[in-house]
Design a protein around this ligand. Structure first.
Ligand code: GLY
Length: 324
């Protein structure tokens, strides 16, 4: 039995392993671990501590994938519920759909008996106001509520905001079944309705018992464009080790033209429980792991894979916001 998690997962990794020691499976472990992170008010990128969008609303995204069956559940832009990972699990188990967003996801959460709550801490509201003022020069948030167009502000925000937090859990249980879960409030000051890779199966989350699993944190626009989690698993299917697969998936990002915010952290596990991680930001290469034989979790120092421009790609400038 093993659980690996991205940074921030420390508050739930022990409980995740415990669930499996008590007879639960990898899906139970992932849900349990992530719920602890979603409850952590100090985590500014997930659940109750999550960071709001441009308009000051916290919109949460999550996915869960069962590597034994390739069943998956996803929710995006959920307001008023603290545990999107549990709603995603119910989508996987109760519906024949995979992905619900916005009002539909909230309706489904209510149907499933989840408690509606205020997902906006005072600290998050304060951070939002400060970011608007310091990063974007907007001192009166009402200005935004009344704005006819947010797209230029949203674009600018994506270049300035420092808040980007997500949690990944990958668990492998006694039977060898693997499950992956991801939860986030997404990019701080995002355009309302923006969906992260954490909601998108194949981008930020993928699991297949036969080969392994992968999950991402960081700038979701990038892992969505490169299908990073699915690519990593596919590289393992093609015969690469978990380390080689991670590095190959990171190298895929070098071909993405036109975006200067390409920071992601990828963690992966092969079908036997070996794990690896890689990131293109020096301070984000670590993940944590815990097995049933260990007393406390340990850190794994992953690979730093800085971006290089793929020589086969034509250099282009990104003019959507007038910046190049
Ligand atoms: N990976 C989370 C996000 O892009 O918001």
């Amino acid at each position: 039995m093993i659980v690996i998690a991205s940074s921030g997962g420390d508050v739930g990794i022990r409980q995740a392993v415990q669930v499996m020691q008590d007879g639960g499976n990898a899906i139970d472990a992932v849900e349990e671990g992530i719920r602890h992170v979603e409850n952590n008010p100090d985590d500014v990128g997930v659940g109750l501590g999550g960071t709001p969008n441009l308009l000051g609303e916290v919109e949460l995204d999550a996915t869960i994938m069962d590597g034994a069956t390739l069943q998956a559940g996803a929710v995006g832009s959920v307001k008023g519920y603290a545990h999107p990972i549990s709603i995603a699990r119910k989508v996987m188990e109760e519906l024949w759909h995979v992905f619900l967003v916005g009002a539909g996801a909230e309706r489904f959460a209510a149907e499933m008996g989840f408690e509606k709550t205020t997902v906006m801490s005072d600290r998050a509201r304060e951070r939002w106001r400060t970011s608007l003022q310091v990063d974007l020069g907007i001192s009166d948030p009402a200005q935004l509520q009344q704005a006819r167009e947010l797209r230029h502000i949203g674009r600018l925000a994506s270049y300035t905001t420092k808040v980007l937090g997500t949690v990944n859990f990958i668990a492998r249980d006694e039977k060898g079944d693997i499950c992956t879960g991801v939860s986030t409030s997404g990019l701080g000051l995002k355009y309302p309705g923006r969906i992260s890779d954490s909601s998108v199966i194949g981008a930020g989350n993928y699991a297949d018992n036969r080969y392994g699993a992968a999950a991402c944190t960081g700038m979701g626009e990038i892992s969505i464009r490169a299908s990073s989690a699915r690519s990593t698993v596919l590289y393992m299917k093609m015969g690469m080790s978990v380390e080689e697969a991670c590095l190959e998936a990171m190298q895929d990002l070098d071909a993405l033209v036109g975006d200067r915010h390409r920071g992601i952290h990828l963690i992966a596990m092969d079908k036997d429980g070996n794990h690896y991680g890689a990131a293109n930001a020096l301070d984000r290469t670590k993940h944590i792991y815990l097995t049933s034989e260990m007393n406390s979790f340990a850190e794994f120092e992953g690979h730093y894979a800085p971006f290089r421009t793929d020589p086969k790609m034509e250099p282009q400038s990104d003019t959507r916001d007038g910046m190049t």
